[in-house]
Structures are given as C-alpha cells and as structure tokens.
Design a protein around this ligand. Structure first.
Ligand code: B12
Ligand code: SF4
Ligand code: SF4
Length: 305
C-alpha cells in the first residue's frame, strides 16, 4: 500500500532522529484562546509576555489555503566551552537548543519544504507556542517543569513548527498530558533554585526562571543568589535532575576554549567588533555572538564562584 505523504515525511525525519505530528489548522483558535486566557486571568508576567510571547495567530497572507500545522522535535546536544581562569580550566555548559537555533529551524524547514513540494504542497512560517502544539498534537507530554518531553528524546530537543496546505489525515488534536512519571515525582520542583516551578498551580512562574533573567541584559535582581546561575546562558537544573532524561544521551559538543587573556577580554565588556578575529570565530562556532551582550555578566558569575 502506498504510504501517505505525512508518513513519508515523518519516516524521512526519523532518519535524523526527529519526530513530528500534524494538527488541523482549525485548532489555531483553540491555541490562541489557551494562551490568551492565561493572559486575561493575569497568570502571565506582563514584562515576559511583551518581551517573549510574540505569537501570531493569523495565517500569513500568502497562506490562506493552510489546512494544517506541522510540529517537529529535533534532538539537540549540550555544548561545552572551556575558559582558562587563574590557572584553572573552567568548563561551562550551554544547554541544548541554544546552538544554531535559527539554522536548525531553516534546515528542517528546507527539508520539509523539499519533501512536500515533490507532492505539490508547501510550508509557511508560523510563530506559535510550540510546547502547546507539541502537547495537543500528542508529540510530547509536559513535565512539571513545563518543558516538553518526547519519547526517546527526553526534553533535549528543539521544537519547530510550520503551516502547510497539506490536508491533515486526521484532526490530530488531543488533550495536553502531563508525563505519567511526574505523578509521583517532585525532583524538578526541589531542584529549581528560584522556586519557578510552582506547587500551587501547573503553569511555570516564568518570570522567576533563571533563563529569563540571564538571557536579558542588566543586573540580576537582588533576590538571585549568584551560585544559582550554573550555565553560560539559560539553565539546566530541572532537566539535568529529571528521571525522564536519565537514559537520554544528547551528546556534548566541545566547541571552543578561551585562554586567560581571551576570558579577560570578554569580562572587560569590549565590543564584539573590537575582538581579535580568532575570538570572534570561536564565539561564532559556539553561537555565542547572539548573547555577547550578556556574556561579561554571565561568565563573570561563573568564573568568580
Ligand atoms: C517564552 C519562552 C521562554 C520563557 C518562558 C517559558 C515558559 N514556560 O513560558 C523563558 C525565557 C523563561 C524560557 C525558558 C526556557 N526555554 Co523557552 N521558550 C519560550 C517560547 C518563546 C514560548 C513558550 C510559551 O509558549 N510560553 C507560554 C506558556 C503559557 O506556555 P507553556 O509554557 O507551554 O505552558 C503551558 C502549560 O503550562 C499548559 N498547562 C497549564 N496547566 C496545565 C495542566 C496540565 C495537567 C497540563 C498537562 C498542562 C498545563 O498550558 C500552558 C499553555 O499551553 C518557546 C518558543 C515557542 N515559539 O514556543 C521557547 C521554548 C519553549 N523554550 C525552550 C527551551 C529549551 C527553554 C529552556 C529549557 C532553555 C534553557 N535550557 O534554559 C528554558 C526552560 C524553562 C522552563 N522550565 O520552562 C524550547 C522548549 C523545548 C522543549 N523540550 O520543551 C522552546 C519550545 C524553544 C524551541 N523552539 O525549541 N523560554
Ligand atoms: S523531575 Fe519529575 S516531576 Fe519534574 S518533569 Fe521530571 S519526572 Fe516530572
Ligand atoms: S530552567 Fe532553571 S530556573 Fe528555570 S524552571 Fe528549570 S530549574 Fe528553575
């Protein structure tokens, strides 16, 4: 029997350990209502909402024929960057999904577009809440840490989504599920240094998450203990301790090493275009030029611990 187009697509993605699902585009309104309801009820921090939640729930103008939303999970590695500091080799970690975030998205989009165009269909960019898509499509379940878990990939994956004119074979929509393992587990709640994972509700207190605080410039708030900041950018604590990630081996890329002199230059806050070419090359390799404005602060906290 001939395989359906979506089966062909997902079989192709599976060769790169990716998994995907398709939802009927008519659920766009459900997704919008889900997010907007949390906002109306005052459960989403205003600063975070305006900075980060740049979702668009209208179909793009050239994509009015869209009939489906495709969501894909792609496994991602940890990145290790070493800095020499006072004769010590300080190894810092950048959690999965930071490395080549945009390039990963583009590669998957091009791959999906090529597969679908051979069948006469197209993909269009979307700007949607991707964990919400992953959970309602059945691709993944939520951990209590509000992160999406996919069988075989754990939480160490990047989510990407697109609209498509490919008609969905099924509706593809189901209730969001919490992972079974979470029923009797509170490990992430206990490991979260800031209390961002609540016990009185499911929704993360994202404004307390270290990631929110160390991705943006400025001084850390006074209530933050510097020792809570353990990654060069972002935070791994609630994923690192999670039993659902125990068997998952995302791989660690050793990307770059910086000498004492180079580390000092970063800490000095010098502008990116004033750095030696070799340093810029290494920062690009580690995809850290995007976060160069917060590196002096973030690295400083790690080196001075
Ligand atoms: C804003 C944002 C952030 C903010 C806010 C996070 C948040 N939880 O809202 C900050 C900066 C803090 C952040 C941090 C991180 N982020 Co972020 N972030 C996003 C972004 C842009 C939107 C997230 C979002 O939709 N928030 C809105 C809230 C309302 O949705 P939600 O968190 O899914 O919450 C749902 C549940 O609570 C559910 N719910 C409510 N009650 C109940 C009850 C039950 C029983 C159930 C089952 C569900 C449920 O309803 C809510 C709405 O659907 C997405 C990219 C994208 N376009 O989606 C990446 C994204 C979520 N981030 C990602 C990552 C990797 C991270 C970090 C792990 C990075 C790091 N290592 O530091 C941390 C994780 C922190 C954490 N514990 O969540 C990945 C997640 C991949 C994955 N495996 O899940 C995404 C999808 C980026 C990507 N394309 O891959 N992030
Ligand atoms: S640590 Fe425990 S409660 Fe938290 S996400 Fe993992 S299994 Fe669920
Ligand atoms: S990423 Fe860190 S700060 Fe954010 S919820 Fe997880 S453990 Fe807490």
């Amino acid at each position: 029997m001939e395989r359906s187009i979506s089966n062909k697509l997902f079989a192709r993605l599976a060769k790169q350990r990716m998994q995907g699902r398709i939802i009927a585009a008519r659920h766009l309104a459900d997704i919008q209502e889900e997010i907007e309801k949390y906002h109306r009820d005052g459960l989403l921090d205003e600063e975070l909402y305006s900075e980060y939640f740049r979702f668009t729930f209208d179909l793009p103008e050239n994509a009015q024929e869209c009939r489906s939303i495709i969501v894909i999970a792609a496994p991602q590695p940890h990145v290790r960057i070493t800095f020499t500091w006072n004769e010590r080799q300080v190894q810092t970690v950048v959690p999965p999904t930071y490395l080549h975030y945009k390039e990963v998205y583009k590669e998957i989009r091009d791959d999906v577009a090529a597969t679908l165009s051979a069948e006469g269909y197209h993909v269009f960019p979307s700007s949607l809440p991707e964990k919400t898509l992953a959970s309602h499509s059945g691709l993944g379940g939520y951990g209590k840490n509000n992160i999406s878990y996919v069988p075989g990939l754990g939480s160490y994956h990047q989510l990407v989504s697109f609209y498509s004119d490919l008609p969905p074979e099924e509706d593809g929509w189901s209730e969001a599920q919490m992972m079974e393992k979470c029923q009797k587990c509170t490990t992430c709640i206990r490991s979260c240094p800031t209390g961002a994972i609540p016990t009185d509700r499911f929704l993360l207190r994202a404004e307390r998450c270290i990631t929110f605080l160390n991705e943006r410039p400025g001084d850390f708030p006074e209530w933050i203990d510097p020792s809570w900041h353990t990654c060069l950018i972002g935070c791994l604590e609630c994923q690192r301790v999670c039993p659902l990630n125990k068997e998952i081996e995302p791989g660690t890329f050793e990307i770059a090493a910086f000498s004492q002199e180079e580390s000092e230059l970063i800490l000095s806050g010098v502008a990116l275009d004033r750095l030696p070419d070799e340093m810029v090359r290494k920062l690009k390799l580690a995809d850290m030029t995007r976060y160069f404005n917060v590196l002096p602060r973030n690295l400083g906290v790690l080196l001075k611990q």
